[in-house]
Design a protein around this ligand. Structure first.
Ligand SMILES: [Zn+2]
Length: 249
């Protein structure tokens, strides 16, 4: 009889940068009891062009400590802000509706994307003293230039809303939803709470939970995150994204 693949829970904290240090601490406190150090930190080198990570700064030293504790460090865009003029109306609409202007890697050319990936990767690797685990585009939005750049830079792991893949190997590693919360409008907040309640019961092998700094300012979201972690952790081992590479080797 074929053995069932191990079920994993993958937790991530988005938008890790000096600006959100307090929120990141709160989110780590929420996640730790459920997943220990099995946490992916999605780090932005210079959030909105005015929250730079400076090597040897106190924040950079914390980042290194988190990596030393076993957390995975992902590059998460460079500025986390969409600075390109989107030519096609559909792309423009998608960028605006889905991201409030934060789809940084949606409209970049391959060379532009590559420049930011290389600079961001160099910075994070200098700060943490180890290779990055992978790259996640802000708002999970990748244009063709970004996808080509990731493959060209041999990035080990990437993910979007629906799947995790290895640009380096050119192979999909897992499919399944990522549970996330939104608080920009009351309607989005309500629908993200409802979606989390359904998705945390989903019978998927790889379940992802992604939390963002604003989440911790909304008590209903905090309660939903705790409930979701509890439900998702039952019957799943807290894992690391790199476990998927080992599984597919
Ligand atoms: Zn983000």
């Amino acid at each position: 009889m074929a053995t069932r693949p191990e079920r994993l829970l993958l937790a991530s904290v988005h938008d890790v940068c000096p600006r959100f240090e307090r929120e990141v601490d709160r989110l780590l406190d929420l996640l730790h009891p459920h997943v220990g150090a099995c946490i992916a930190l999605l780090v932005v080198p210079n959030h909105w062009c005015d929250s730079p990570i400076v090597p040897s700064s106190p924040f950079a030293r914390r980042l290194r400590r988190w990596a030393d504790e076993g957390m995975e460090i992902f590059l998460h865009g460079y500025f986390h802000r969409d600075t390109t003029q989107h030519r096609r109306a559909a792309t423009r609409l998608r960028a605006r509706i889905m991201t409030a202007g934060e789809g940084e890697f949606l409209g970049l050319s391959r060379l532009q994307a590559e420049d930011r990936i290389v600079r961001g990767r160099d910075l994070l690797e200098q700060v943490t003293g180890r290779p990055i685990a992978g790259f996640v585009a802000p708002a999970w939005l990748y244009g063709p230039g970004a996808k080509a750049a990731l493959a060209h830079c041999s990035v080990a792991l990437a993910e979007d809303h629906l799947r995790i893949w290895s640009p380096k190997m050119g192979r999909q590693l897992a499919r399944g939803p990522v549970i996330t919360w939104a608080s920009r409008t009351p309607l989005r907040l309500a629908s993200s709470l409802a979606a989390a309640a359904v998705l945390r019961q989903a019978p998927v092998d790889i379940l992802r939970i992604g939390v963002h700094p604003p989440d911790c300012h909304h008590e209903p979201i905090v309660r939903s995150i705790e409930k979701t972690l509890g439900a998702a952790a039952s019957g799943r081992r807290p894992g690391r994204y790199s476990d998927l590479l080992a599984r597919s080797a």
